[in-house]
Design a binder for this molecule. Structure first.
Ligand code: SAM
Length: 268
C-alpha cells in the first residue's frame, strides 16, 4: 500500500466515524433567548407568586385539590376556570390527613397548613395570635387548640408529614404537590422546616422538583427583644414535589435531568 492511499484511508477512518456520529447524535440548539422566565425568588405576597408556580408546573385543565384553603388567598390572581378546583379545609370538616378523594384521582395537591409551633398549643391562651393579633391566628390556623400528639415544632412537622402521605395517596403518578412552609426557631433551636420536609417527602417517594423563595415586603416587628440570636425570618417557601413510584425515583430524576439538558437547560 502506497503512502498516499494509506493517508487517504486514515483520512477516511478519521472522517467517517465522526460523520456517522454527527448524523446520529447531532444536537439542534433550538429555543429563544429571553429573560421572560419564571424565577425562583420573589419579593411580594403569596397571591403574586402562586400563579407563576402553577403556570410552570401545573397544566391548564388539571384537577387541583387545595386542601388547606383558608381564605383562598393563593387563588386571588388565578383566572377562574383554568383548573378544576376542589377546595377544602378543616374549618369545613375536611382534614388534609384524610381526604375524601379516591387513590390516584388528583393531578395536583396544594398544602399550606399552620407553619409555626405557636399555632399548635393545647390551650387557646397559649396559642400565637392573641388580642390584637387575632387576625393572624384566624388566617393561619383553624383557631382550635391541639388535641395531643407531638409538641412544639414537631407538631408542625407531624401535620405536614401526615398530609404529605395522604397527598401521595390521592395524587396520580407524576402528580404535583405544592407545599407552602416557613422555617422557624423553636425552643431556641433553628428548625429548617423546608429541609425537614424535603427529606421526609423524598423518603415517602416524592422527587423535589422546584423551590421558590418568597420575601415579604414589610419588615417583621419583634416585641420584647433583648439580644438577637438568629436572623428574623422574612422569607418563606413554596416547594414543588412530584409523586414518583418509590424505586423509580432515581430513574425519574435522571430522566428529567437528561431531558432538561437536551432542551438546553444547562443550569437552574
Ligand atoms: C396558613 S392557612 C392557609 C391559607 C390559605 N393557603 C390561603 O391562601 O388563604 C392554614 C389553614 O390550614 C387549615 N388547617 C389546619 N389544620 C388543618 C387540617 N388538619 N386539615 C385541613 N386544614 C387544616 C386552617 O384552618 C387554615 O385555614
Amino acid at each position: 500500500m502506497g503512502a498516499s492511499s494509506e493517508s487517504s484511508r486514515r483520512h477516511e477512518q478519521l472522517i467517517l466515524p465522526g460523520m456517522a456520529g454527527n448524523a446520529r447524535n447531532k444536537r439542534v440548539q433550538g429555543g429563544i433567548t429571553t429573560s421572560n422566565v419564571v424565577v425562583s425568588a420573589h419579593v411580594g405576597g403569596n397571591a403574586e407568586v402562586f400563579p407563576h408556580i402553577l403556570a410552570l408546573h401545573v397544566p391548564e385543565g388539571s384537577t387541583v385539590a387545595d386542601v388547606t384553603w383558608g381564605k383562598g388567598v393563593f387563588w386571588q390572581n388565578v383566572p377562574s376556570g383554568r383548573y378544576i378546583l376542589k377546595a377544602s379545609d378543616i374549618s369545613i370538616g375536611v382534614d388534609c390527613r384524610a381526604l375524601p378523594y379516591a387513590d390516584g384521582s388528583i393531578d395536583c395537591v396544594v398544602l399550606d397548613p399552620p407553619y409555626m409551633e405557636g399555632l399548635f398549643r393545647r390551650s387557646r391562651e397559649h396559642m400565637a395570635g392573641s388580642g390584637s393579633h387575632k387576625a393572624f391566628r384566624q388566617n393561619y390556623s383553624d383557631g382550635e387548640p391541639s388535641q395531643g400528639g407531638a409538641k412544639w415544632h414537631n407538631a408542625v412537622l407531624e401535620l405536614y408529614f401526615a398530609a404529605g402521605r395522604e397527598a401521595y395517596r390521592v395524587l396520580r403518578n407524576e402528580g404535583v404537590l405544592i407545599v407552602k412552609c416557613q422555617d422557624e426557631v423553636s425552643a431556641n433551636v433553628q428548625r429548617l422546616t423546608h429541609l425537614e420536609l424535603i427529606n421526609e417527602y423524598e423518603r415517602t417517594g416524592y422527587y423535589t422538583k422546584d423551590l421558590f423563595v418568597v420575601v415579604r415586603r414589610n419588615r417583621p416587628v419583634v416585641s420584647r427583644l433583648r439580644k438577637q440570636v438568629h436572623a428574623r425570618k422574612n422569607h418563606s417557601y413554596f416547594l414543588v414535589f412530584i409523586k414518583t413510584r418509590g424505586k423509580k425515583r432515581r430513574h425519574h430524576f435522571e430522566r428529567s435531568r437528561t431531558r432538561s439538558s437536551r432542551m438546553g437547560e444547562t443550569s437552574g
